[in-house]
Design a protein around this ligand. Structure first.
Ligand SMILES: [Zn+2]
Length: 553
């Protein structure tokens, strides 16, 4: 441990944490900029950065309608080895606070308000409130605690003589939304690497962790991946009185949902960790008003989490599940149609439907093959319209995919029912140190070194997880086969490179292992969000400092 660095850190953290919590910085709002101003100002006032003006600053997110920025600061020591300390400064909104909204960012006042209504809280929240061991408030756990710990460590390191290696601090906006901050930060990391000859050793994030047992903490050496496959079903219209003449897209989409929802084939397993199976987040149809026809199309999207599968593998599985559902539904329809005909004493002839599943790219190519440049010209215009719809908030970045598919359909000649699959943003690659083949020796077994330290110093054991399951920006710290992933995003994600950008090749340039060490917190994103004081002021900063001291040798 760098005793020099850690001395008095509790007071330091306190002086940063409460003012930082007080700065409202709800995700995907202009308020995030207030937290950015706070952090930029923090660096500006430190003596070290007054002397090294080019070693801190803000980095604007490209094409961001809110004008948000990433805050960074670099303490340079001896050598090229660099540890990245990463956090996010946005927080989720306070809808959950209802009548207590005015106190959401003021822990002390919130505490006395919660005391007045403590009988309405869960027994655990009530007990924690009465114990005085926790700080309540929006962002206290997720993750202004981690940000304050990292800022105070930066201040300490900036005063140290003969620091081995370099410490780069990054605070990003939009983590709770689409990670626009982190996706831009990749370019900043790449630029800083060249400018200051940095050799990135590891990224340490300080998201809060949750515990099952009181005395057992958790560190993560990776982060679960996430993607959002969408399914669009084109049916065939008919009057509701002539159901067998039409093809109801809602019916097929329901079969597909049934087949995929919670399907463990779409959940990865590594050692004794598993990614949660997929679930559907939204389903709609294209009807805008009541009439006596079936809808022409129906669509929806699901969230799939991964530990080691890439987008192409997931979409392949989904494609075959859609095909299977399609075939089963046709069989089911035929069975019913047969009985229906028999009841009417009529002959039966199988219905004309055939299963067909294509990717977004295949549908696009078909439209191009049908109509060539005329289609391209139209599609370009549609993309611009799509941009305006997203920017004005008329459509979400997910829903806009269906708008694109529907518009491509104006150029499709084969109007038989079919399924179109693709990917909607966001995309979070799975990362884990366990998947890194040539991990440096000093980054190996970090977990046992940490556990040994915490046992000795705090009589607390820490367990390891290879994947942080809460989705985090750590996803963008490592990439091995950027070409392959780029190819599948180009094939499946209509918005890739247009309204949604991830510089995957640059991730490959800055690739490094990762670690999450954060304080114990509870009820993130809820009214009773809270962080454990002991972790915030004492244990977590010491653990991070210890890891840094064993890595920078
Ligand atoms: Zn967070």
């Amino acid at each position: 441990m760098n005793t020099e660095a850690i001395k008095g850190i509790d007071k330091e953290i306190e002086s940063i944490f409460f003012p930082l919590v007080k700065v409202k910085s709800d995700t995907y709002t202009a308020y995030e900029k207030d937290a950015e101003a706070f952090i930029a100002d923090f660096f500006r006032r430190l003596d070290y950065f007054k002397e090294h003006k080019d070693q801190h600053g803000t980095y604007a997110i490209k094409e961001d309608i809110l004008g948000r920025e990433v805050c960074w600061g670099l303490v340079k020591g001896i050598g090229d080895d660099t540890i990245v300390l990463m956090n996010h400064h946005d927080v989720v909104d306070i809808e959950d606070f209802k009548t207590l909204k005015d106190y959401a960012y003021s822990p002390e006042e919130l505490e006395s308000q919660l005391m007045k209504m403590k009988k309405d809280l869960s027994p655990e929240a009530r007990e924690d409130l009465e114990s005085g061991d926790y700080i309540f408030g929006r962002g206290t756990a997720d993750m202004k605690a981690g940000a304050a710990i990292q800022l105070s460590l930066m201040k300490k390191y900036s005063t140290m003589k003969n620091l081995k290696g370099n410490i780069l601090f990054l605070s990003v906006p939009d983590e709770e939304n689409m990670s626009a901050g982190m996706r831009s930060t990749i370019e900043l990391l790449d630029a800083l690497k060249q400018k200051f000859h940095l050799r990135y050793l590891i990224t340490i994030n300080s998201e809060p962790h949750q515990r099952v047992e009181k005395e057992i903490g958790i560190i993560s050496q990776g982060s679960v991946g996430k993607m959002m496959p969408f399914v669009y079903v084109r049916g065939s219209l008919s009057h509701v009185g002539k159901v067998f003449e039409g093809f109801n897209p809602i019916s097929l989409l329901s079969w597909i949902i049934n087949k995929t929802n919670l399907n463990l084939e779409l959940s990865d397993f590594i050692l004794d960790e598993a990614s949660p199976p997929p679930t559907w987040l939204c389903v709609r149809d294209s009807k805008t008003h009541y009439d006596v026809s079936m809808p022409l199309s129906a669509y929806g999207y699901m969230s799939v989490h991964t530990l080691n599968k890439e987008p192409a593998a997931i979409l392949d599985i989904i494609r075959s599940m859609c095909y299977e559902a399609f075939s089963q539904l046709i069989e089911d329809m035929n069975n019913k149609y047969k009985v229906f005909r028999e009841r009417k004493n009529k002959t039966f002839e199988a219905l004309p439907w055939k299963p067909k599943v294509v990717t977004y790219k295949e549908l696009y190519d078909e439209a191009y093959n049908n109509h060539g440049d005329k289609f391209l010209k139209h599609y370009k215009r549609i993309l611009e319209e799509a941009r305006l719809k997203v920017e004005s908030g008329e459509k979400s970045i997910v829903d806009i995919n269906f708008y694109l598919v529907e518009n491509i359909y104006n150029y499709i000649d084969d109007l038989a029912p079919r399924v179109v699959i693709g990917l909607a943003p966001p995309y979070y690659p799975n990362v884990s140190n366990i998947n890194i083949k040539n991990l440096e020796d000093r980054c190996k077994n970090l977990y046992s070194k940490i556990a040994e330290y915490t046992m000795e110093n705090f009589q607390q054991s820490y367990v390891n997880e290879y994947f942080f399951t809460g989705i985090s920006d750590l996803s963008y710290t490592f990439m091995e086969k950027a070409d392959e992933v780029v190819k599948s995003l180009e094939d499946y994600m209509p918005l890739y490179g247009f309204l949604y950008k991830i510089p995957l090749d640059k991730i490959q340039n800055i690739s490094m292992p990762c670690l999450n060490i954060g304080p114990w917190g509870k009820d993130f994103h809820k009214l009773t969000e809270r962080v454990l004081k002991e972790d915030l002021f004492n244990r977590t900063p010491k653990i991070i400092d210890h890891v840094i001291s064993i890595l920078l040798v």
